[in-house]
Every structure is written in C-alpha cells, then in structure tokens.
Ligand binder design. Structure first.
Ligand SMILES: C[S@@+](CC[C@H](N)C(=O)[O-])C[C@H]1O[C@@H](n2cnc3c(N)ncnc32)[C@H](O)[C@@H]1O
Length: 339
C-alpha cells in the first residue's frame, strides 16, 4: 500500500551509457558496482558532514548506479506531492543547489523548462549532465537569483553539507528540501521549518498546518520522515545482493515552503507521519494536523483492518472521539480490507 517509485527507462539508458563511456562498465557488472557503492557508503558513514569525494572514480560509479536512482525516486515522490497540492503554481525556473549529477532536476524535468545547476564540483559532475543542454546552465556558485518570484530552489541531500541556507535562497518564492531521514538531520530540518515560518514562509508539506511542530516541541527524539516503496529493476536487485544495505523502502525527510502563495485550505486535514503500529487490542499510527502529538487508533474488536500508507493526507471525521492523544477511528475510506 506504500506509494511506489522506480527508475524511468530513459534514465536507466543514460546511466548505462555513462558507465560504458567513462568506465567501460555496465549495469550488469553488479559485483564491481557494489564494491564502489560500499566504498562511498562507508565514506558517508565515516564523514557524515564531509564533502562528496567526486574526484574518485569509485564515487562517480557509485553515484551513477546507486545514489542517483535512489535520490531520484525520493524526489519523484516529493514532486508528486507538490503537484497534487498545486505547490508548483507560477514557478518556471529551478535552482538545484549541490545538484551532484542533477538528480533532483531530472525528477522535476517534466514540470520545468529552465534549470540552474549549482555544484562546486561542476567540472566533474557536468560530465554526467543528463538533461537537454538547452534547458540547463551549470555554475559552481551562485550569489543572487534573477527572478526570485518564479524560482523554486531545491536542496536534495545538499543542506547536510552546509551550516544554513544561503541568503539568496531565502529570497526564492519556493523551497523544496530533501534530507537524509536520520534523527539529527530530520530534527535540524524541523528546526529550519520554524525559522522559515518566522521568516514569512508558508509550509505546504508535509505539515498540513503552520503551527509549532509537535515532534520537535513535545518530543526529544522524534523526527518527521516519509517512506516510499522502491520498485527496483533486476540489475539493482543484483547489486543489492552484494550489499549490506536494503532498499525495498526508502525514507527521507522533506519540506515544501512558499514565500507568498498560501496553501489553499483542503478538506483533507491530517497527514500520516508514522507506520501502522500493531498493539494488543488496537492499531495506532502517528498523524499530524496541528501542534499536538497525536495518533490514529482503531480497536480490533471494531472489525476494522486498514493499511493507511505513511505520508498521505487523510480526512479525519469531525466527530471522531479523542481519548488522551488517540483519535479513535472507524475506517478511513479507501484503505480498509472491505473497501
Ligand atoms: C550528497 S550530494 C547530493 C547530490 C544530489 N543533490 C542528490 O540529491 O543526489 C551533495 C552535493 O552538494 C554539493 N555542495 C555542497 N556544498 C556546496 C556549495 N557550497 N556549493 C555548491 N555545491 C555544494 C557537493 O559537491 C555534492 O555534490
């Protein structure tokens, strides 16, 4: 029941061609690819705030075959949420900060005609530029934006290498931020959310409200993160066979914010921010709709058996009773076993 994303066939072909051209490798060379991936993964674990070692061939190979497809799937999920909410309205230009090989822009290609790819390792990363050349400008740094009112600035796994948002980014009309779903990165993003609100931004997702984040104010350990299903192709499965990391599902923390456009009130009022927890006599699932830390709960004796995906917006009936921090539910239409 989780939202599912995969690697588009045309992107797969481009990755295959790049591996062949630069390294005489193929996506079928699973063992060699896995060795490079493990090396970059170990590097990130040992240097959580370190710069991506782009000059190393193994880092380029690992990004092409593994990190690019995974971050592309994550951005596809956030982009779909953005379009569903109308978040992209009036925007025509993307600035992809710390773009790597342009991962996030590739997932946004169908929505935009102009992309500025900002990458300090531009000379290496632009070798793997998969977007049409007439849509793209590569730069290694940016000091200001020309049309802030029409600009979406994207940080996909690049904020983690910075202390805070660059000043020009705060001027852009829209921000899309994806971060690793670790406790510390997730909580830093929740702190940044409050700073953006204080600065005048409106939060569009994942939070369906502009109040204080209950996971930050009422818990010292929680962090908001989403989960999607990754429908991996056979070649990816073969690589994973040689790796300790498993990617059946992918997690990420994210934020969508706009400076002037206010989210339109939706009849959908709450977002599931946790997985279903099966407990004795009842199921619970963390949900967000305001400043309280709340759970949906349905009793087994009521006969309800439902699988509500994590990360979706749902309607909570106005008359749903609340006991302590539990909103007692019967059935959310569309997710029950007898729908
Ligand atoms: C972990 S990679 C993420 C790449 C890509 N956005 C993705 O989602 O897969 C972070 C990137 O940010 C770039 N970066 C970090 N700080 C930067 C800065 N101050 N200016 C430009 N690029 C930067 C790094 O070189 C690296 O390519």
């Amino acid at each position: 029941m989780q939202r599912s994303f995969s690697i588009p066939a045309d992107l797969e072909k481009k990755i295959e061609a790049a591996l062949k051209k630069h390294f005489t490798l193929s996506l079928q060379d699973s063992k060699k690819l896995a060795t490079a991936i493990k090396q970059l993964s170990d590097f990130f674990i040992e240097n959580p705030d370190g710069q991506t070692p782009w000059s190393q061939p193994w880092a380029q190979i690992a990004y092409l075959a593994y990190f690019l497809p995974l971050n592309h799937a994550r951005t596809q999920a956030v982009a779909r949420e953005a379009t569903t909410l109308g978040f992209l309205t009036g925007l025509d230009h993307v600035i992809d900060f710390g773009c790597g090989f342009g991962t996030a822009s590739l997932a946004l290609e169908e929505y935009f005609k102009h992309f500025t790819l900002v990458e300090r390792a531009k000379d290496i990363c632009s070798r793997y530029s998969f977007l049409p050349t007439d849509k793209v400008q590569w730069v290694n740094k940016l000091e200001k934006i020309t049309e802030p009112g029409k600009t979406l600035t994207v940080f996909s796994y690049s904020l983690t290498e910075l202390c805070e948002l660059p000043p020009w980014a705060k001027k852009s009309e829209a921000l899309m931020i994806l971060e690793p779903s670790t406790q510390s990165d997730g909580r830093e993003l929740m702190t940044l959310r409050q700073k953006l609100i204080d600065d005048g931004f409106k939060i569009w997702a994942p939070c369906p409200h502009q109040g204080k984040c209950p996971l930050l104010t009422l818990s010292k350990t929680d962090w908001c993160h989403d989960r999607i299903h990754f429908a991996m192709p056979p070649w990816f499965e073969a690589i994973e066979h040689h790796l300790p990391m498993k990617n059946q599902t992918l997690t990420m923390s994210y934020l969508l914010a706009r400076r002037s456009l206010v989210p339109t009130p939706s009849p959908q009022k709450a977002r599931t921010v946790g997985d279903r927890l099966k407990e004795k006599g009842k199921d619970r699932q963390m949900v967000c709709r305001g400043e309280e830390r709340e759970f949906l709960a349905w009793l087994h004796k009521s006969g309800v058996d439902q699988e509500i995906p994590r990360g979706v917006l749902i309607d909570i009936p106005e008359d749903a009773p609340k006991i302590s921090n539990e909103i007692r539910l019967r059935r959310i239409h569309g997710y029950g076993s007898n729908d």
